[in-house]
Design a protein around this ligand. Structure first.
Ligand code: SF4
Length: 303
């Protein structure tokens, strides 16, 4: 392998499957605290698997286990993945109730919590540390999206990069593995900026990263902006995107595990410029391109 793929087997010595849950949380960028329109690219409906709809956490876990086992995915345990919206955006008592409902399932070994960096504080992180000390696997994934404040402002993110950096450092200091999500191709960002971004990300105590190509989801503010000013967007085809990714990986710390290199949402939600290209196929093409360029993750990382 010319890059470091994310692997639960390596990290925890067992085959773990994530079960995506809807914990019925909301988001300060949607409930009026910071705004009501959300980030300009966001349509959370695009990220809910069908098995989560209208069910309790216990029911979602059962449905998720059934869903994965029907597809022949063998797991020694499951991680409850609180993915939709901001999953630490509630009082601690509510977090405890929802997380512990998931952890009470005998096959659930731990939690993966996706959230905004401005939705954690010392009290919540200390609680997660206590869960971890009690034997649960706990990981936090932050929506970083961009390291550039001008981009974060433009997409109405509602927090700065300094806020992201603080949350990542405070989580990592507690020995909680920290993942990050980054979107490649947000308006105003150039190829050079994205290469600089890789260097900034490398210097953070992140254990893993997921990359997503910007997908213009129908009905979002981003779609409107794209229609009005397409020249502000770095729209890349799959091959150009792979070349950009290889350039980014060269600048990333070699130990930073790569969880995803692109996202997929149902075609009904997006302009689907890549058709239905599967993630596995993109990974295969990226490996082949790295081979061709005789390069690997971290080769240009100066840390
Ligand atoms: S992307 Fe996340 S933070 Fe932004 S509006 Fe959607 S749920 Fe909220």
């Amino acid at each position: 392998m010319r890059f470091t793929p994310f692997s639960y087997c390596e990290r925890y010595g067992m085959r773990l499957q994530r079960l995506t849950l809807d914990g019925a949380f909301t988001c300060p960028n949607r409930d009026g605290t910071l705004g009501t329109g959300g980030c300009t690219f966001c349509d959370n409906a695009a990220f809910h698997p069908a098995y989560t709809r209208g069910k309790t956490i216990a029911e979602q876990l059962e449905a998720g286990i059934e869903f994965h086992s029907q597809r022949g995915r063998k797991a020694e345990g499951y991680l409850a993945y609180f993915q939709a919206f901001s999953n630490t955006y509630a009082p601690l008592s509510v977090l405890k109730e929802r997380y512990e409902a998931a952890l009470s399932h005998p096959l659930v070994k731990g939690l993966v919590i996706g959230t905004r960096p401005d939705c954690v504080d010392a009290e919540k992180l200390d609680y997660l540390t206590a869960l971890q000390k009690g034997g649960a696997i706990v990981e936090v994934e932050y929506g970083i999206e961009s390291v550039f404040d001008e981009t974060l402002r433009r997409v109405h993110r509602g927090h700065s990069f300094a806020c992201t950096e603080k949350a990542i450092r405070e989580t990592a200091e507690r020995n909680i593995p920290v993942g990050g999500h980054v979107i490649l191709g947000l308006p105003g960002e150039t190829r050079e900026m994205l290469l600089r971004e890789a260097e900034v990300l490398s210097a953070l105590p992140l254990t893993s990263l997921k990359f997503h190509q910007l997908q213009i989801i129908k009905g979002t503010q981003m779609e409107k902006e794209f229609t009005e000013k397409p020249e502000d967007f770095l729209r890349l085809g799959p091959d150009e995107y792979i070349d950009l990714l290889v350039d980014i990986l060269e600048r990333l710390r070699p130990d930073m595990a790569i969880g995803r290199i692109a996202s997929s949402v149902p075609p009904a939600f997006t302009d689907a410029p890549w058709g239905l290209l599967k993630h596995e196929e993109l990974l295969r093409r990226m490996e082949a391109r790295m081979e061709e360029r005789d390069t690997r993750q971290g080769i240009k990382c100066s840390l």
